[in-house]
Ligand binder design. Sequence first.
Ligand SMILES: Cc1cc2nc3c(=O)[nH]c(=O)nc-3n(C[C@H](O)[C@H](O)[C@H](O)COP(=O)(O)OP(=O)(O)OC[C@H]3O[C@@H](n4cnc5c(N)ncnc54)[C@H](O)[C@@H]3O)c2cc1C
Length: 521
Amino acid sequence: MQTDVLVIGSGIAGLSYALELAALRPETAITLLTKRDVLESNTKYAQGGIAVVQDFVSDSFESHIADTLKAGDGLCDPEVVRFVVEEGPKRLDQLIHWGAQFDSAANRLHLGKEGGHSAHRIVHYKDQSGFEIQQSLIAALKSKPNIRLLENHTLVDLITDHHHDQAPKNACYGAYVISLEDLKILKINAQITVLSTGGASQIYDFSTNPEGATGDGIAAAYRAKVTIKSLQYVQFHPTALAQKVGGNTFLISEAVRGAGAYLRNKEGERFMFSHDVRGELASRDIVARGIESEMLKTTRDFVYLDAIHFKVGVFEKEFPHIFENCMHLGIDPRETYIPVRPAAHYFCGGVHVNIHGETSLSRLYAIGECSHTGLHGANRLASNSLLEALVYAHSAAQSSAQVLKNSHIEDTYLDGIPEWNSAQQLIDKNSKKLQKLKRSVQKLLSLKAGVYKTTKGLQEAEEAMAVYYDKAKALYNTNKLTPQICELRNLVNVGYLMIKQSQECQENRGGFFNQDLEVKP
Ligand SMILES: Cc1cc2nc3c(=O)[nH]c(=O)nc-3n(C[C@H](O)[C@H](O)[C@H](O)COP(=O)(O)OP(=O)(O)OC[C@H]3O[C@@H](n4cnc5c(N)ncnc54)[C@H](O)[C@@H]3O)c2cc1C
């Protein structure tokens, strides 16, 4: 298969990139592939909203920049932070133009407040902002004749010079992709390839991310020797519902604390002020560690979120989706404390890119959560990730349009790339083994490389991961390739790399905390 541009992943990053580029170059053939249905993504589950400065009287770009830098704990790239924050209003207008709706009153957007933000600046649609965004982008996409959507297709590996015997050009030429339906492996050649595959929080056993967030784009880029940075900075969301809903972890949005909910320990005492003067609204890393310490102290695997004091009708009106899910479990937040605990939520690190979303491999872009732009530093400020995805999708589309205009890989060169060699692969008899292995990896990483890490724990995790790596490799080499085997391989690759980068990290900042390193004053 041949396309001009191959976009891998259908969250806010991939969808908005495809829409931007389709508008800039209606003559360009864009193929957007995604491993499940087009709606499935982290984006779909985003609750809080997008951080964008709107009220220039009580808020400012400078204030949003300062909050982002503070949350990032000294590791943000200040130029990137300014670029993203200042682009915010334009990108939000574009999103509204594509059809997304947000809560408003008297012709002004309603602005929520979240942890680490010093002003009300979270643009949202009830407590289902991501779902609204995702649906609107998909609807807009369907009106673009030059975008072809391929659902149920999973990236296996990127195509690079390694797959071609002619002189190396250090570029990406598309990807090998597996179809869920018939397990055929397609070779898709492209002038430009874009990774928009989202995060990797499924490497942990308690995660707010959907099942597909297995770091596939990051792992494929790593195997293609592309630069990957800062994987040690995993953000744990402080308040996931302690009980699973339908086997999945459900998030109690930061916005609930923004609206005034308290965190209480087993004895019913508020404890966050002993960790930070901002109490429940300290940045996520601090709140997650506060909760984790409380859990360790009381040997309980949850604390409580108290919203009982909210004014009558506020909870169900402002957080209808959260309300419904709590009620489903028999927890009425108007009368009872909600049991919550930290869960792996967001990868601040990923495929390293410049301001145009370009990776270290020519013709390969990375945008959204799979990328590392320098915006988040050691810890992401709440609601900055949808913003980052929009801003970088836009700049990557602009840059791609230039590349497509100025240079072209010859078809004869692309034709020389071989088909996927699946000759030695046998029929899959190992799906139970695979599930078991996946659970073991997730449990190991949660235990040894979670909110609190230790040098010994990381060492033990590294050794165990080497064994899991061999087991995953054996499954990969001796079975018919399936999307599940691909995901396991990716999970192991990203988990291993996260541990290696954690071991190299010699100071505690933001989301990274090794108890054996000196604590910053
Ligand atoms: C519960 C929850 C709440 C959140 N709330 C907020 C919030 O309020 N504000 C905020 O800013 N951020 C929030 N986030 C984070 C934010 O949603 C994500 O960072 C953002 O949506 C990532 O967008 P993306 O397009 O990069 O990736 P995603 O939206 O995750 O999309 C990735 C896409 O890639 C596809 N894919 C993955 N691997 C492959 C493969 N191998 N082959 C083909 N396709 C593949 C996936 O199926 C998916 O379509 C939240 C996240 C979660 C989980």
